[in-house]
Write a protein that binds this ligand. Structure first.
Ligand code: ZN
Length: 62
C-alpha cells in the first residue's frame, strides 16, 4: 500500500523477519528505504516498490 512514509515511522510488512517481528522502523526514505527490524535491530535496504507491495500498516511516529 502507498502510505505517507517518513523517517521514524513504523511499517508493518506482510513478510515476517526470521526473528519473528514484522515491524520495521524507517531510517531512510527514497527510491530505496533503509529499515531496521523492531525485533532484532537488523538493518536492510529495500526498494520503495517492495515496501509498498508488502506494507500492511504504517504507524506514524509520535
Ligand atoms: Zn528481526
Amino acid at each position: 500500500m502507498k502510505f505517507d512514509y517518513e523517517v521514524g515511522d513504523i511499517v508493518r510488512l506482510k513478510k515476517q523477519h526470521p526473528c519473528g517481528s514484522s515491524e520495521w522502523e524507517i531510517l531512510r526514505v527514497g527510491a530505496d528505504f533503509r529499515l531496521k527490524c523492531m525485533g532484532c535491530g537488523h538493518q536492510i535496504m529495500i526498494a520503495r516498490k517492495a515496501v509498498e507491495k508488502s506494507a500492511r500498516e504504517l504507524k506514524k511516529k509520535a
